[in-house]
Design a protein around this ligand. Sequence first.
Ligand code: FMN
Length: 221
Amino acid sequence: MKKLAILLLIALSASLGWAETAENAETRDIALPVPAKSGGLPLADALAARATHREFSAEALSAQTLSDLLWAANGFNRPEARKRTAPTAINRQEVDLYVCLADGAYLYDAAENMLRHVADGDLRGLTGRQGPGNFALTAPVALIYVVDFERQAMQDRPNDALRYAAVDCGFIGQNVYLYCAANGLSTVFLGSLDPAGLSRALGLPTTCVPLFAQTVGKPAE
Ligand SMILES: Cc1cc2nc3c(=O)[nH]c(=O)nc-3n(C[C@H](O)[C@H](O)[C@H](O)COP(=O)(O)O)c2cc1C
């Protein structure tokens, strides 16, 4: 009986793709599979399909899909130059992507292709409109766009800081929209989130601000 349960568990994790990932028991960091960087609809078809969807299946994304999604969002596409799939003003790369799953929150470490565990518990409900019926609690993934204003500091042009930070988040958001459109996933970019609650839960320094969020999951059946 015990043997059967173990076999079922292995089969289930393999079907989700998580078998390829290594979780460090001490730190709870997760090593993601190598991003595929291929597949999905051609760009013109993805643009034609790009849309906001707010109804999600609760089914988890496979580790491979999560890795591919995060690489598309803000991975290094020119690692030798340390440059990414999304542009940033003055190449400050000031937007960190936090990934909230049902069991905890992680920082996407694009250089190492890892999810760095930063908090226990389910923070997805701190995104989207608060209260019952919040679709962010159904979808398996809530991405949080956290801007480090210290990294992005515009010494001589302080008014540009927020302008640039917002547009830099928008580029990542559009990458996510296009990846989802190309790969049959649903997504919604969110201005509604609880920045103070997220800052507390993620243990962010005061220079870092959660500006936007984005819900991602499979479409509702
Ligand atoms: C900056 C920004 C903030 C948004 N905030 C929310 C939000 O808080 N809640 C929500 O349901 N949709 C939000 N959206 C999604 C828009 O409502 C959606 O993009 C718009 O209705 C157009 O639909 P489309 O994306 O399908 O073209 C946001 C979009 C952007 C660009």
